[in-house]
Design a protein around this ligand. Structure first.
Ligand code: SIN
Length: 524
């Protein structure tokens, strides 16, 4: 491993990395490294579906408008145009490769979710859409013999000299050894950061590594304060937190407070199907005012057979925890779900570091603006992974590579004085102080806690400390951005600055410079 120079190294096995790998395999030797098993990613557990303008009454233009409106008009227009216009071709290709989306007779069955003005969400096996897509892409990628997989291996550092990326240092948890992986091109496709929060819908592996790796390598990160909290995650005491897809509300599910009242229309005319940031804040406010630990999702007006058929996974899962959704209200509360901010890229996945690319949730193409429209994330991974792959196929990536460049002595496999209790403390702080409703006092307190831990972690060279450093590093960047954006927009709400104010129209870039974080607000 240490001697080979790979054409392309991809970090992450979700939809974006796989979508890129399928193209790249036509020309290049690709190594795909992933922290867990191949299926351990947010793509695999995605429920609701993939939004795409394929229906007869739909159009890319309407999809564009809905995304803009949910994104609170902060979406980057060029990227969003690419998403909605190239989406249909990418999804048709996925269907040709065997993705079996649910149908009504011969025709694709489109579902509705929040802030969509039309039914445009494709789903598979009711509520197991992500698994169908992940499986299809993995089967497709495996047709190519020049794509190699390395599971249980975590990327610790992206290697950069003079703003050019040369590969990465990883830790192979199978063999318990450090790997120096030389590559001509590196793609970060590590997914989300939901696990930085106490309550999350994300896979256990979504700890925001890619965001920190990109930042540490010198790339610009954009809009890190925009975190989306999904309104409805299971919230029964003693049970795990898991997502209850927005498609349940799309089908007519009703949100009730602890008095049984349907409350969301008091907050927005679209009620249960208002944009997610609004519904989450409405639930949060109801819970705060009543002192209750949850609100309820009411599906009891549907026939049992419909629920078993349309939401088979969730029907069984809720039953496991004593909730029969055809008879009982489901206890729900918001949970961290998606980060709109990330490594700034153009529409070909290029970052501000040469030979370093990013796609999927760890990237910020700008399509989601301040709040992502439901079911746009799988589409983003698919479309921008493909574009990035296509771009690299056209390039001469062989120029300028030096073999075996990476030095020794970065990380050692010794003990780290930190344990999981400190990670739990971070998750609590992020939830309470950098969560759905934020203010200066809480953000400052979280920031100083994180800074103090980061200072300790950065003194160590142990692999485990580096893993925590990546987690705390991304948490630091989210908190710093949230503290500096003294206004409210989309997923970022400051109780001390509740209006859009002046900075509401701006984007916020973060970049490392001589050990400091440079902050730049800019307007399109
Ligand atoms: C859901 O099924 O509600 C999640 C879909 C998404 O986050 O886009």
């Amino acid at each position: 491993m240490d001697d080979k120079v790979w054409d392309v190294l991809i970090i992450g096995s979700g939809i974006a990395g796989l979508s890129a790998a399928v193209r790249l395999a036509r020309k290049y030797d690709v190594l795909l490294v992933t922290k867990g098993k191949l299926y351990d990613c947010n793509t695999d557990i995605a429920q609701g579906g993939i939004a795409v303008a394929l229906g007869e009454e739909d159009s890319p233009f309407t999809h564009f408008q809905d995304t803009m409106s949910a994104g609170d008009y902060l979406c980057r227009e060029d990227a969003l145009k690419v998403l909605v216009e190239e989406g249909p071709v990418c999804v048709k290709e996925l269907i040709d490769w065997g993705a079996n989306f649910d149908r009504e007779g011969e025709n694709l069955d489109f579902a509705k979710e929040g802030a969509h003005t039309i039914r445009r969400i494709l789903h598979a096996h009711g509520d197991a859409t992500g698994h169908e897509i992940e499986k299809t892409l993995l089967i497709k990628v495996r047709e190519f013999k020049n794509v190699y997989f390395l599971e249980n291996t975590i990327c610790l550092k992206v290697e950069v000299k003079n703003n050019v990326c040369w590969g990465a240092i990883c830790f192979d948890n199978n063999e318990k050894k450090i790997l120096k992986i030389n590559s001509r091109v590196l793609i970060l496709a590590t997914g989300g950061a939901g696990q930085l929060y106490m309550r999350t819908t994300n896979s256990l592996f979504s700890t925001g590594d890619g965001h920190f790796l990109g930042f540490d390598a010198g790339a610009i990160l954009e809009d890190m304060e925009f975190v989306q909290f999904h309104p409805t995650a299971f919230a029964k005491e003693g049970a795990p937190t898991f997502l209850l897809t927005e498609a349940m509300r799309g089908e007519g599910g009703i949100l009730r407070n602890n008095k049984g009242e349907r409350f969301v229309y008091r907050y927005h005319p679209l009620g249960e199907l208002a944009p997610r940031d609004i519904v989450s804040r409405a639930i949060f406010t109801e819970m705060k005012e009543s002192g209750a630990q949850c609100v309820y999702l009411d599906m009891t007006h549907f026939k049992r057979s419909f629920l078993e058929n349309r939401f088979p996974t969730l029907f069984k899962k809720c039953l496991e925890y004593g909730i029969d959704i055809s008879k009982d209200y489901i206890p729900v509360a918001p949970a961290a779900h998606y980060i709109m901010g990330g490594i700034k890229t153009d529409t070909f996945g290029r970052t501000t570091v040469k030979n370093l690319f990013a796609c999927g949730e760890c990237a910020c193409t700008g399509v989601h603006g301040a709040n992502r429209l439901a079911s746009n994330s799988l589409l983003e991974g698919l479309v921008f992974g493909k574009r990035l792959g296509g771009y690299l196929l056209e390039m001469d990536i062989n120029s300028g590579i030096k073999d075996n460049f990476i030095g020794n002595g970065y990380f050692k496999e010794d003990e780290c004085p930190f344990g999981d209790e400190i990670f739990l403390e971070l998750k609590k702080r992020m939830w309470y102080q950098v969560g759905i409703i934020r203010d200066e006092e809480g953000l400052k307190s979280a920031l100083s806690f994180i800074r103090e831990k980061l200072d300790l972690l950065q003194k160590s060279k142990s692999v485990s400390c580096r893993v925590y450093e990546m987690i705390f590093g991304t948490a630091y960047l989210i908190t710093l951005a949230a503290l500096n954006r003294r206004c409210s927009r989309g997923g970022h709400f400051r109780s001390d600055f509740p209006t859009k104010g002046e900075c509401g129209n701006m984007h916020l870039d973060l970049k490392k410079d001589m050990g400091e974080v440079i902050k730049v607000f800019w307007e399109e």
